[in-house]
Design a protein around this ligand. Sequence first.
Ligand code: ATP
Length: 307
Amino acid sequence: MMEVRELTKRYGDKTAVSGLSFVVRPGRVTGFLGPNGAGKSTTMRMMLGLDTPTSGSVLIDGRPYRRLAEPLRTVGSLLDAKGVHGGRTAYAHLAGLAASNRIPRRRVDEVLEMTGLDPATARRRTKGFSLGMGQRLGIAGALLGDPRVLILDEPVNGLDTEGIRWIRELMKSLAAEGRTVFLSSHLMSEMELTADHLIVIGRGRLLADTSVREFIASHSRAHTVVRAAEGDADRLRDVLEGELRARVSLDAGGGWLVEGPGAAAIGELARERGLALHELTPRFSSLEEVYTAMAHTSVEYTAEVTR
Ligand SMILES: Nc1ncnc2c1ncn2[C@@H]1O[C@H](COP(=O)(O)OP(=O)(O)OP(=O)(O)O)[C@@H](O)[C@H]1O
């Protein structure tokens, strides 16, 4: 478990993180969202003791990072996959990390296998690694100490479709084992598939701390796809616009996309007006649609931090 308490970070007159408080719980994947410059990386750096808060604190399993006896065994992290010495082989990099954290050498082979880095790749210098291979190595490093908490900044960055799917399943299985998994990503569709819970920040402040499902349900507008019998389509649109004040547009699959009234109201009105419906389907927004709509309407989502 991780507790962020009244966390604030200022750089000169710029406030990157402002009075942020939330709890990241074990047993689920928590996604960390926010536009560029919202303060995600700064928050993650403070979680890992790489940056000192101006005020506030982060506790990992009850202690600040710097007071953890064996940090790598408690928290695994991936902030910058390029933070590996290019002259070393992947194996040497992990073996060095293991040795300095009193982690048995055999664990290196285990994490290499878990992350799909084969022995031949592991013996290559990391300088020639692709972004995706570097990302896998970074994750191998994060898993080395078999930590209860994982903090990953953009872990799918540079991965192909197969790699992205692999990360998704890995994150879910680590959470299912009871670990605390906290990750940021710009890929909303991926976040929707991977995360159970969301922490959303904008301008360094907390905007939402909720399940993915609730976030979508509470911010999406009701949409329904409705299709009438042939010949009734125009009349259906007129009735919806005139009597229910609905916004009606043509749906990509034919039929009308109705915004405003729910499926029940549409169905009942159609029956009263003697219109036979061939389709009446509530449509839920995707996380990406909800997030994009918020980004257009809320200043916290749009502008950079200025103060
Ligand atoms: N070392 C620093 N010195 C001065 N300002 C900084 C420093 N680090 C971050 N900032 C500023 O703090 C704000 C938050 O940056 P941060 O990198 O944490 O955002 P982010 O949400 O991770 O963005 P991105 O999605 O682009 O990575 C930005 O305005 C950034 O310019």
